[in-house]
Ligand binder design. Sequence first.
Ligand code: PLP
Length: 406
Amino acid sequence: MTNWLQLDKEYLMSAYPRTSVAMAGGRGCRLYDVNEKEYLDLFSGVGVNVLGYGHPEIIKAASEQVEKCLHLPFHFLNPVAIEYAKRLVDHSLKDGKVFYTTSGAEATETTLKLIHKYRNITNEKRDGIVVLKGSFHGRTLGALHFTRQEGIYQDFPYTSIPVYEVEHEDLEGLERTIRKESPLAIMVEPVLGSGGIYPLSGEYLKSIEQFCRQYNMLFIVDEVQSGMGRTGKLFAYQHFDVTPDIIQFGKGAGGGTAFGGIIAGARLYDMFSPGDHGTTFAHSPISTALGLAVLKTLIDDGLMRKSYEMSLYLNEQLQKIQREHSYFIEEVRHCGMMFGISIHDTNENVKKLQLDLLEKGMLVDVTQGNIIRLLPPLIITKEEINQFIDQFLACILQPLIVTGGV
Ligand SMILES: Cc1ncc(COP(=O)(O)O)c(C=O)c1O
């Protein structure tokens, strides 16, 4: 039998922590390993597989597009990409325009370059970005600094953009920072994702928007994790009456392919001139075709609404478990199909709980050491939720035996 773990160690860099499970493929909300063991996926490939595995709309869109072409250079108009941008804009900023990228981190990079240009063009003195403690906006480091071609780098000199960190929901701290530092923008995840699933309150988001208008700052929402219907709206900010200047998207937006981008409002979208920014894989025909299939399923076929109802059911079940085992489960937080289950135990035991669940065929993530994060595919059914709840209950008793509780 092939030793995939050994081969992985031999040929792939060990930048990612991983288990020894080698996956072969999936169907619906299930994944199958190379030994044909079945797993219920409560994490959708870090939130990417919003329609699960082998969804008929994805297969149809992929097959049709593969017949035509997988890639086209950005030099040509690309009807599929244009159509997708129109749908994204119609369902968000209305008067916005899209820039496509190939990842969430690149969406953040695009935002940084765009607001840098805005600052230059408008002679704005404000500088720097306020972010939330525990936020996640990507992992890239700065390729442009090493690109030496006339016309590409001059307008974007390497600057370490000042960054100001504030606690979420601390409005006084935020206003203090704004008054003291004169930042240019505030960038938030409407639901802090890998920070532990902390949904921002409507009051807080509204105040951020008001500060942005009052102090002439830009309001950026990073919806890479919370977007694409995951919270019951196409973008999580839409739960409240706020309008950002930039929306970042990624993960499920490419129907399972590497994809992302930003939607910028009227104040910003004309800041880039041709040549200012780009990527070889811009306007990917395959990603945008799959993205259109995702939007059709979420919006036209009503999956977004159904999955929100299902998220309320999952929340009910988890809250019940929390109440009954409050010595072990501190809190369950959710916004649609984003769940954070804070565990009162050592990080080691939470890891063990995750491995116990894996053993029982349940895939969950652990973030921040002690928070179980669930980002289920939006197609998850009541039966599948019940199956998870049964296994979760069975497992949470095990670490208590080991630790005696905390
Ligand atoms: C909110 C948010 N922004 C940006 C990113 C980075 O996306 P990517 O991993 O596609 O670069 C992530 C990834 O998890 C994310 O959750």
